[in-house]
Design a binder for this molecule. Sequence first.
Ligand code: ZN
Length: 370
Amino acid sequence: MQINQERLVNEFLALVQIDSFAGEEREIADYLIKQLQQLGLEVTEDDAGKTINGNAGNVIARMPGDPGKPTIMFCAHMDRVAPGKGIKPIIENGIIKSDGTTILAADDAAGIAAILEAIRVVKAAEIPHGSIEVVFTIAEEGGLFGAKALDRSQLKADFAYFLDSNDAVGTIINQAPSHQNLDITFYGKAAHAGVSPEKGINAIKIAAEAIAQMNLGRIDHETTANVGLIKGGTATNIVPELCTANCEIRSLDPDKLKTQVDQMIAAAQNAAAKYGTKVDIHLEDSYPAFKIPESDPVIQLAVKAAEAIGITPQIKGTGGGSDASILNGKNLPSVVLGLNYQDVHSTNESIAIADLVRAAELVVSIIEHA
Ligand SMILES: [Zn+2]
């Protein structure tokens, strides 16, 4: 396979040196639009940026191909976490890292670079292929907002690969939990804590009793729950009128998720009822669960493609959400592929050039074997 390692590494280095944050992807989006157009792809940009007051949308590119083959989508995200401005990449013994003052942004510039290199190889070597869609999303970090705003009806893909995981190249992530945020507001009644405490109802005490009755932590092998933030009261001499608790619940199983959410809401309502007060419940779907069977074409193709280039594929689940969770929720079968970047979201982040090359090879192989 004709991966051009120098071209691939140079592309990666160029990408990480373009500043890009969620909502501020204009510069990198313009750069990618130009690259994709130079490769002869038809490129559009949607208006996903609007949803977060951002300055760029998702970049969507198409390469038409054999209509007898499935249409495959490759996806990576353009934004990155802080500290990610002014990245100065360094290469040492085949490993690319930052100068230690910033992240490297291999998450997810490695995914973008691997996809671009694969398309360059497919074009240059005239490898027969089906139609290909490339999607570079905005604002993945902290909310998956670009994927959420993607219009599924505008995508032609039969299935999709998201290059965005620290697992080894050859890892195929086929399941992830759903995630719900549960915000509970407990109401009490304010009163002077020293003069007339009997006139008050302590919202913090109600919250404490409710939380004590909640099942939390690892509920079972598929389900977790957490109260992560609690806030209430205004001063020590006032019986607190309000207390809020911010919780999250994750499960691979939608029924277990609902059971767990219901248990926590019931605990809140029972505690409030005991004091004759009320609670406000705000439940929000962060992302839905997915579980793709190994017999599904999206996995079968990745397995075949990996084996064809001497990589042993590993199919596994993850405990976190990603753009793939959102697209699976929109009925586009999607798996996440490993890039083997290390120590992401830290100034120690790094990626081996060999892994970058392997990832690009895998994308070419997927296109070749479709
Ligand atoms: Zn990422």
